[in-house]
Design a binder for this molecule. Structure first.
Ligand SMILES: [Zn+2]
Length: 266
């Protein structure tokens, strides 16, 4: 039986559908990830279309039957800098794609919605200066770790997962399959392909990103080596949880070639 409900959420994705319709992937705090249809939304005269831009926070009314159809939409917030900064757009593309891939349709998790909303606010408010490249990189890494934590993949970052002892001063690794630290003595028991080298300072950084909020994360000062290790651990661990490669991962390669990024990490 058809019924109508109203909810709020952020638009993760917009896809062309049939001749003149659009599919909207909405992340809502109370209904989870929703696959909605917007009838006629690709027509120039559509009343819905201007309100259904990706990466906006909206309030929608949905007619639920065989198909969930948006009947009304109101924009609550536009993240204005996402359309003016290519770099911010790339970070947001990446966060949206990761969430879309890790969450099932109708999987309800208000903490994931809150994390996405907070992260987009932080990215939106970052100043457009040279230093932003570095800060944004760390914010996105923090986002991925926090998201994995919300979804039950929080990595173990205190003791060696095999022997239970404290980490060594050097030679430690991160087991990307099991999301755990492996000490220098135990790493011979694991396939090299699933291990990533990790220094003590990067272990502390990973813990910090998981535990602290964005105000503290934004104050971090990192060197190039820590960034490179952070990149390796986060990408390799995230890759284990995904069913297929991220389209937006090209962003990381692109970012690394940007002169502003290279300068900011020196
Ligand atoms: Zn060990």
């Amino acid at each position: 039986m058809a019924f109508t409900y109203t909810t709020e959420g952020v638009i993760l994705r917009r896809i062309a559908y049939r001749e003149s319709d659009r599919k909207i992937v909405l992340l809502s705090p109370d209904h989870g990830k929703l696959d909605l249809t917007a009838r006629g939304a690709s027509k120039i005269v559509s009343k819905l279309a201007p309100h259904l831009e990706p990466y906006t926070y909206v309030r929608v009314t949905v007619a639920s039957g065989n198909m969930e159809t948006i009947t009304h939409c109101q924009v609550k917030k536009r993240f204005s800098t996402f359309t003016t900064s290519l770099m911010k757009k790339a970070w947001v593309d990446y966060t949206a794609e990761v969430v879309d891939q890790l969450l099932r349709t109708r999987q309800v998790d208000p903490s994931v919605f809150r994390l996405v909303f907070d992260t987009w606010n932080v990215i939106d408010e970052l100043p457009s200066v040279k230093k932003t490249a570095l800060v944004g990189y760390v914010v996105v890494a923090g986002f991925v770790l926090k998201l994995l934590g919300c979804l039950g993949y929080r990595p173990e970052l205190t003791l060696c997962a095999r022997c239970g002892k404290r980490m060594d001063p050097s030679g430690n690794t991160f087991d990307s399959v099991n999301g755990a630290l492996i000490c220098r003595r135990c790493k011979k028991h694991f396939p090299q392909s699933q291990l990533v080298g990790v220094s003590v300072s990067t272990i502390k950084l990973l813990r910090f990103l998981l535990q602290e909020g964005y105000p503290q994360i934004l104050r971090l000062k990192l060197n190039a080596r820590q960034l490179a290790e952070l990149h390796s651990v986060v990408q390799k661990y995230l890759g284990q949880q995904l069913n297929f490669p991220l389209r937006s991962v090209e962003f990381w390669r692109w970012l690394n070639t940007q002169p502003s990024f290279q300068q900011s990490i020196r």
